[in-house]
Design a protein around this ligand. Structure first.
Ligand code: GLN
Length: 288
């Protein structure tokens, strides 16, 4: 029996965001990007991208790069005070879009929905701190990896929980994430069994469940974990020493979308090589 809590899924919110590259995103609150600098390259011309398009790839909407995400995963993606998606993934996608002469459009939805959107061809790329896994590789393609994800365990300060007795506890995760998938797997496969795991709509809700005592621990990626622990300082949360699992993050594309894959991978690798990528990461992750 799956213990996934069926939270009402908020209607997927579509937010346009300027392809502002490594910029501050300060003007990104202007939905639709009306005030953005021109981002349409000569070859694209803003016309319908067809097979004969010199750019060699097509996108869901001509002139745009749709990124599906779940803006609940700081610092990779989150909403700013005015509800505009920001974060490492958003800015990297913006820089990729700019290189490809496209305008980035961020489609914010649930995590599962963000993966499905790209699989079904409703978005061009999915970026949401997405771990490359064998199961997902069967359903979608991934670019080269752009980050290492480390999953950790959040507990209440002073709890008796260790990495070794997690199997006796109730664990909260974000549904659809690898944290949920691995933790709810059978004990033989290294998990704790479905009866020990609850999947919540977001990581933030899972952390609230820990605070209110519905679960004993939350398994989630390290950077969001740090952010949630800091945001709930009064609740006295702490991250267990050690790594629960280490993974690679990459950008997801629809299976077989090889032309766009080549373009996105090319742009991503250029951004890595010229330092833009690291510049974006450094904006959001400061060494303690
Ligand atoms: N890295 C995890 C996964 O891909 C979690 C991602 C997320 O919650 N946005 O499943």
């Amino acid at each position: 029996m799956k213990k996934i809590l069926a939270f009402a899924m908020a209607a997927a919110m579509t937010l346009s965001l300027a392809a502002c590259g490594g910029g501050s995103g300060a003007d990104s609150s202007n939905k639709g990007g009306a005030s953005n600098p021109p981002v349409v390259s000569g070859s694209q011309g803003g016309t319908s991208a067809g097979a004969s398009d010199p750019a060699g790839f097509t996108t869901v909407e001509p002139g745009k790069l749709h990124m599906s995400t779940n803006a609940e995963f700081p610092p990779y993606e989150m909403l700013d005070d005015s509800g505009v998606p920001i974060g490492i993934d958003v800015e990297v996608a913006g820089a990729i879009a700019q290189k490809l002469g496209l305008e980035l459009v961020v489609d914010d939805m649930g995590f599962d929905a963000a993966l499905l959107a790209v699989q079904n061809g409703q978005s061009d790329i999915a970026m949401a701190g997405i771990t490359v896994s064998e199961d997902r590789l069967a359903k979608m393609d991934f670019t080269d990896s752009y980050a290492t994800g480390v999953q950790v365990v959040i507990v209440k300060e002073g709890s008796d929980i260790t990495m070794d007795n997690l199997g006796e506890k109730m664990i909260g995760t974000q549904m659809g994430t690898t944290g949920y998938i691995y933790a709810s797997d059978t004990v033989e496969n290294g998990g704790y069994g479905e009866d020990h795991v609850i999947g919540y709509e977001t990581g933030a809700v899972a952390v609230q469940a820990l605070i209110s005592g519905q679960v004993d621990a939350v398994i989630i990626d390290n950077l969001p974990a740090q952010s949630y622990v800091e945001a709930n300082a009064a609740a006295g949360l702490t991250i267990l020493e050690g790594t629960w699992v280490e993974e690679d993050y990459a950008i997801g594309l629809q299976k077989g979308n090889t032309d766009l894959m080549a373009a996105v991978n090319g742009a991503l690798n250029e951004l890595k090589a010229d330092g833009t990528f690291q510049g974006i990461v450094d904006k959001y992750i400061t060494a303690d």
